[in-house]
Design a protein around this ligand. Structure first.
Ligand code: GLY
Length: 372
């Protein structure tokens, strides 16, 4: 069955990718974290469906299983939710070797991961992502954490899971808008590492959007492999892992100023806009050819992601929010900019004027020529 192995100097784990995998969750968890108790912390929207299936599988594998539902919108990814998780784990008397399973999207994975990293100074942690975005990005690589009002993911840790279990069938019930948001991170992986797969993605968009299973398995496996390769080369983001932030410094500023998806842009939509802005900046600075923007805008447009936004907050507010992002070093903004399809650089030499100009161009449709 398709899988990717992630090997680090002190830890290794397998990412399983399979339709119907939830029914085997119990045996998989037992192979990495045998114990008498387990806890599944699940997005409340899927507690009765996928949550019940996960619990049944764990019970069949001999776990005394606690299933607890959490409100999982981005607005709940905060320390109050983590405190609620601690109470649940303490009440259930979960022990040092009891596995804690995050079942849901990136918000669940990040916040449950942070609770698992800190409860009893760390318990076995299993990622069970149910959204495309969490499958191809958030669940792999060990970044866990929460938002605070002044910024996204400002509180967190590196805490690698013991296992990632991806049931492709979870995508059956995913709203189309969320599927498109996951595809934004796939586009990102193509731009930063893999021109051939970027072009493959352009060809398979219709199959992905209609939920074709073999295409979805291939899509997820490709993206997990890219993510795992980057994390294996640079676990703690001292170098190339920062490439995964392509589009994200712009995106986080959009999210921070428009309320983290609460009626505004979802993360993947903000990333789509952020990748367009970063590419526009790279072109304006003579770092990459204009054709890259054409290819990016075409692919994002075909997926149904935004490539411009007339309703963005004023540029000075967006610039201020960018400065609060984690990617500021010695007061300088470090941006990931494309050189060509499949290659990016980390750059801290863009002037405020050039960055502000990129924000301005995001306000109207991109004037690019799409190659025939
Ligand atoms: N999502 C970016 C990273 O894991 O580094």
């Amino acid at each position: 069955m398709p899988h990717v192995d992630l090997t680090l100097p002190h830890h290794r784990y397998r990412i399983h990718i399979e339709p119907g995998l939830l029914s085997r969750l119990g045996e998989l968890v037992r192979s990495v974290a045998p114990h008498k108790k387990a806890a599944v912390l699940v997005d409340a929207n899927i507690a009765a469906t996928l949550g019940a299936r996960a619990k049944a599988s764990l019970a069949a594998a001999g776990y005394d299983t606690l299933l607890h539902a959490i409100d999982a919108g981005e607005q709940h990814k905060n320390l109050d939710t983590v405190r609620q998780m601690y109470d649940v784990l303490i009440d259930a008397k979960l022990e040092r070797k009891s596995p804690v399973i995050a079942l849901g999207g990136g918000v669940m994975g990040d916040s449950v991961g942070f609770a698992a990293a800190t409860y009893l100074r760390g318990v076995p942690f299993i990622q069970c992502p149910t959204t495309l975005l969490a499958m191809v990005d958030a669940s792999v690589g060990g970044k866990v954490g929460v938002n605070v009002p002044r910024g996204k993911n400002l509180i967190g840790a590196f805490y690698q899971p013991n296992l990632v279990a991806i049931d492709i069938d979870s995508l059956d019930s995913l709203p189309p808008r969320e599927l498109r948001c996951g595809l934004a991170e796939c586009v990102k992986h193509g731009v930063i590492r893999d021109a051939a797969r970027f072009n493959w993605l352009q060809r398979v968009v219709p199959a992905v959007l209609r939920g074709d299973k073999p295409t979805l398995v291939e899509l997820v496996q490709w993206n997990v492999q890219i993510k795992a390769n980057v994390v294996m080369a640079d676990e703690k983001e001292t170098g190339e892992r920062a490439h995964l932030n392509f589009g994200h410094t712009f995106a986080h500023a959009i999210e921070a100023t428009t309320g983290y998806g609460d009626g505004g842009y979802y993360h993947g939509e903000a990333v789509a806009l952020g990748m367009v802005a970063a590419t526009r900046l790279a072109i304006d600075r003579g770092l990459c050819p204009p054709t890259l923007l054409s290819q990016l805008v075409k692919l994002l447009g075909d997926i149904g992601l935004p490539t411009h936004a007339a309703d963005l907050p004023p540029t000075p507010r967006l610039m201020e929010a960018m400065r609060l992002d984690k990617k500021v070093a010695s007061g300088k903004l470090r941006l990931v900019l494309p050189r060509q399809l499949g290659e990016v650089v980390i750059d801290d030499t863009s002037s405020d004027e050039a960055i502000a100009a990129a924000w301005q161009t995001l306000r109207q449709p991109q004037s690019v020529t799409v190659p025939a």
